[in-house]
Write a protein that binds this ligand. Sequence first.
Ligand SMILES: [Zn+2]
Ligand SMILES: [Zn+2]
Length: 292
Amino acid sequence: MPLTKHLVFLKKYKQTSVHEYEDSNILNELANLKKVYVSEQDEVNSKFICCLESMFRIQYSYKQVWEKLRKKSFYEAWCTLEQCEIGLKRLLKHKTEIFEEFGFSQIFSSVLKLQSLYPYRYFLSPEILEKKVRCNICGNIVSMRNHCGHIVGEIYNGEYCYRIVEDLEFLGISLVQEPVQKYSVAFSSDTKTGNKIDQFDYQLLEYLLDYIKTDFESWDVIKTTKKFSIEYFKEIDGNDKCPCGSDKIFKECCSSKNELEIQHYEFLFDRVPETCNPYTLLDLNGKKYKNV
Ligand SMILES: [Zn+2]
Ligand SMILES: [Zn+2]
């Protein structure tokens, strides 16, 4: 069966490098194979190949995420993580048992964990009024009252169904915490040049990157809160952000308390890291205080 080679490729995702994904002709080969199935009106196999194409893209993007993280290109890695997440969610209801052998669940949980270590909390979300929307499957214009019958996210003739917005009215931008898509992080900008400034602190990711050597090493993070004596926060300036994460300044928040309850991340690794100080107290202002 001509598919065997492709299944083998997808199964050895852990050992495959980013360059092997780029050099492989697998997407072209799958597309050609799909054409044959579509022409034979074989819905089951066309759909299966569409899912394999998605899985290939997910694996490849996930590898790219780690490449970008290692280069400390955190925002670029974030955007690629978002592509992974979109791909995984789209594939979720179509995947079969065999997709576990391609790392579906492992990649999914890792994507969510990595996202949780990012400091991004607010996103710019455009409000748009869609005026003319086309279905990619049948090519018809669709609206609430005039539905073509194709459902977004379903697979028809080996293609995911989506909508193409051909005309829209831009209503405005709002600042949100749960965006539809996560690309538009609210960065600051230089008032003179207008250039983007990355004001974020990626120390949780950096902490992880110090220990993780390969893309598929197992790790976990548990997010809790932990109380620390106020003694540990003596060096904080009253006008600095409060370490409790409230977004208020220290003197107007927790400075008079005896104890501070702060976010606490516990990292779990499969192997004992070579050098490790498990109780480094990391603060929100990018400084390390002192070891607890
Ligand atoms: Zn349609
Ligand atoms: Zn506080």
